[in-house]
Design a protein around this ligand. Structure first.
Ligand code: 16G
Ligand code: ZN
Length: 521
């Protein structure tokens, strides 16, 4: 068998000079450079499946990156992202310069984890043209260590995470089950709690990605409930993520491509290329997109859950609810939760779903959303169990919400259903959602630096530890600005350092970001 593996490893050599690194959410690069990394990730996830005697998963996607990029996201048996201990092994294997060295890494993993042969790996891909070749590389890597690759399916990233989690709990896990679980729960919530909700229209920017056909599949059932979804950027005209998608709308706050004829004031939403992020927006006459970002979705969710918890009889029994945010969360959203949703704790973590997810799991109800629209709500299993121990409207409602939400990972479809349910349950339009708080003006800048590893942070990325002395200089700039806040962190997905600044007005936020960027470069 080792010689077979060696032979196979030699078929997918690592391009000379390349050093693939497991970033914030797996490996990502120009698609042509990926076959070796994907092959080795296939082997790794088959060994992980073998070691745990459970099914793991691989998604071939580069999310909101352009069409020519691709990547690989690795899914643990729980449906969450790969265990952080294994990230180092993924790096070591992906970076092995020769087939012999890669084989030694494979053998090391086998010995360390006492795994004889690989297990079953589910494989999914997005709409990129490089997907099928990379799926073949993944399947070859899985087979090379004796694992079983499942046929690759066109799925959103969150669909595959959901399926892996369900399969390992011996629950129905097909795509049909996915839609039935999320949409079936949503239908019950709507008919029980908002039976006379007015019909609503929603225009969704699907970024020309895999979310388009998937949302189209859901749209028929949603229109029966009076939610009429019009999917734009469905992949028939424009290119993937090109001038559109959740990342574009959130960062640019401008009209996405394809929305030229959408009248201002319409309710709109935008997902990213693999449909794990969602933001809402409304076009204003000025051409500016008024954004309802992940922070605002989290606050809406907390408001809904707080209402449900307060309505229950004997509301004094404590349920621990928390919101997990990153340093990018607008300061106004944090202040709002602290002052108005006093029973909801706020926790800050570094950027990246793996950090937020973990922190949210500590609560009975843990809400996490990054400002960029990636997030979900986690319901602690012991809390869900208490719901089934009695009967009552609020218990059923909470239980149904736990099915609407993909608890494996952030999911644009869950996010959409959550927002639509919350608004109709609270009897709110977009105006009430807007009025919760006013975002502080902010600015984000990217700075190219010779070595981003020289920038290290602490306190959930809010403060720099190195380069020494730089944090004091940043603070001196912040002190000059009313309601100023600023942080610097190295990106986990690009070779840059990011600067985020917030202030009382846009001019001050821009100036603060610029001043700090010049300290960094
Ligand atoms: C990845 C992360 C996202 C994070 C972003 C930050 C996952 C699934 N995705 O897209 O959560 O916000 O990276 O990128 O964890 P950055 O480190 O380049 O700023
Ligand atoms: Zn994504």
């Amino acid at each position: 068998m080792p010689t077979d593996v060696l032979l196979q490893l030699n078929t997918y050599p690592l391009r000379e000079g390349l050093k693939p690194t497991y970033g914030t959410a797996g490996f990502r690069s120009v698609a042509d450079l990926l076959p070796s990394t994907v092959f080795r990730c296939g082997a790794l996830m088959a060994l992980r499946a073998g070691a745990l005697r459970q099914v793991t998963g691989i998604v071939i996607t580069a999310s909101h990156n352009p069409e020519q990029d691709n990547g690989v996201k690795l899914v643990d048996p729980s449906g969450n992202m790969l265990d952080s201990q294994w990230e180092n092994m993924a790096d070591a294997l992906a970076q092995a310069t020769t087939a012999e060295q890669a084989l030694r890494e494979v053998e090391l993993i086998k010995q360390t984890w006492a795994v004889g042969t690989g297990g079953t790996v589910m494989v999914a891909h997005d709409t990129r043209s490089s997907a099928l070749d990379l799926c073949k590389a993944a399947a070859a890597g899985i087979s090379a260590v004796g694992g079983t690759p499942e046929p690759a399916l066109l799925l959103t990233t969150p669909q595959l995470h959901w399926m892996v989690a369900r399969r390992n709990c011996c629950l129905p896990f097909s795509e049909v089950d996915y839609f039935q679980t999320l949409l079936g729960a949503f239908e019950q919530l709507r008919s029980s709690h908002c039976p006379s909700a007015k019909a609503q229209a929603l225009v969704v920017d699907a970024a020309n990605g895999v979310g388009a056909p998937k949302l189209a599949e859901a749209a028929g059932r949603l229109s029966d409930l009076g939610l009429n979804i019009n999917v734009i950027n469905s992949g028939t005209s424009g290119a993937l993520n090109a001038g559109c998608g959740a990342d574009f709308v959130q960062k640019e706050q401008a009209r996405p491509a394809g929305f030229e004829s959408i009248p201002s004031g319409m309710r709109c939403a935008s997902m990213d290329g693999d449909a794990d992020r969602l933001v809402y927006f409304v076009m204003r006459k000025s051409g500016h997109a008024q954004l309802f970002d992940g922070d605002r979705i989290a606050v809406l969710a907390a408001t809904l859950l707080d209402r449900i918890l307060h309505e229950r009889p004997g509301a004094d029994a404590s349920v621990r609810m928390g919101i997990v945010q990153t340093a990018y969360a607008n300061g106004s959203s944090t202040r709002y939760v602290r002052s108005r949703l006093t029973e909801c704790e706020v926790v800050m973590t570094p950027t990246g779903v793996k950090h937020l997810h973990h922190a949210a799991a500590a609560f009975d109800i843990g809400i996490y959303y990054e400002a960029n629209g990636h997030g979900t709500i986690l319901f602690k299993p012991s809390f869900l169990k208490t719901l089934t121990e009695g009967s009552g409207g609020w218990r059923t409602e909470m239980g149904l919400l736990s099915q609407v939400m993909n608890q494996a990972v952030g999911d644009a479809l869950s996010g959409l259903l959550l927002v639509e349910y919350a608004l109709c349950r609270l009897g709110w339009g977009l105006a009430q959602w807007t009025d919760l708080y006013t975002d502080l003006p902010s600015r984000q800048l990217k700075v190219a630096v010779p070595n981003r590893a020289a920038f290290t942070t602490t306190d959930a990325e809010t403060r720099l530890m190195t380069p020494r002395g730089l944090q004091c200089q940043v603070e001196a700039e912040v002190a000059k600005v009313s309601q100023g806040r600023c942080f610097v962190r190295p990106s986990g997905t690009e070779d840059v350092v990011r600067v985020y600044a917030e202030a009382e007005n846009q001019i001050a936020a821009d100036q603060l970001a610029k001043a700090v960027a010049s300290l960094v470069s």
